[in-house]
Ligand binder design. Sequence first.
Ligand code: PGA
Ligand code: ZN
Length: 434
Amino acid sequence: MSSILTVHARRLWDSRGQPTIEAEITLDNGITGRAIAPAGASRGKREAVDLRDGGIALNGKNVTQAIAGINGPIADRLTGMDISDQRAIDNVLIGLDPSPMKTVLGGNALVACSLAALHTAALNAGTPLWRHIADLYDCVPSLPLAEIQIFGGGAHAAGRVDIQDFMIMVPGASDFDEMMEITSEVYFAAGDIMASKGKRHGIADEGGWWPEFSSNEDALETLTKAIEKAGETPGKNVVISLDIAASEFRDGNGYYFSLEDRKMTTEQMISTLGGWIDSYPIVSIEDPLAEDDTDGMIAFTAQFGDRLQIIGDDYLVTNRDIVAQAISDKACNAVLLKVNQIGTVSEAIDTFMLAREAGWQSVVSARSGESEDSTISHLATGLGAGQLKVGSFQRSERMVKWNECLRIQDQIGRQNYAGGTPLSQTWWHKTSFA
Ligand code: PGA
Ligand code: ZN
């Protein structure tokens, strides 16, 4: 048995220039592993909260207290523990902060420690992280199909358009390499279209082109044109995935598109999305309605669940109990997995396992505030989760995750890829365009 000798936290800075935490675990045999906490901007109301200092300095975002929690009580309790027992380590973390939203020590402190333990255990076992995860949770590993953002929006682009993520998926590519190539073609075709209209004004938080559009649908039309300009047939090899992040423009009991000065009821919101689903090659929609609009989510899933992947992000916050309720409500059919929404690896795995048992799809996801940490590439592969969402095709905190998948591809073999199957054998064949 290799046991934990020290746990140490330091302050680093994330992709938005905000303070974040790196946790570092050293074993009695000298092996050291580390991980960095990510941070969301369009956060779910029920997700684990980051512990931040508040006050005036650094906009209240400093993490002194969260770091003190790691270097104090967390280090005290983890020291001496067996690094191979992730569940026991996570249980200690949860025991130290049993609050439902991890408000005592902070979700940021817990996630950094939990992920650092996972890394350290893999290094100690001498296996790549993805393989360690597959072994630990008895999963069949495979490289994920990527969801890659072409235009950013919502909270990641100062609300310039209301919809948050305009993404593509390339299920038709035979391997991860080809998927990257086609994505690159579409990404730069979209940039060229924006430039030709004099509307290329930089990029949003996750690296997607800045959304200088006249309406939300204008972004969808432009994305479809970019797929064509890249020499692909929309709906064939390349399809569209949207993260509506509808909680961000919830307006009382309804919704409000500020770009179009348009108020909608839940029914009108559903019919707006329905119009897009009929007109564009959309195969996946995340958070189509707000996190508190359960009736809307149920109605949307009843109407489109047989031809669309419907993902709960803010709606489910990687919380097993909330996913259990949504399964019984039939309120979506896929879960977004963000470890920092729930706090520890073990809790995120429990959520993943429950979703998988229910026949749901799973998408492992980054946050809008990221770093050079590429744990999620290994998590998506090790669990054989099927899909990975990381943001766009620019900025190193995004590319590090895609590039890590390419390294993993060399280890796992390019045939072990969740995409590449004939469309007729996959969940997206049910969409009207495939
Ligand atoms: P966030 O958004 O990381 O800013 O919360 C990402 C998402 O909604 O998927
Ligand atoms: Zn989301």
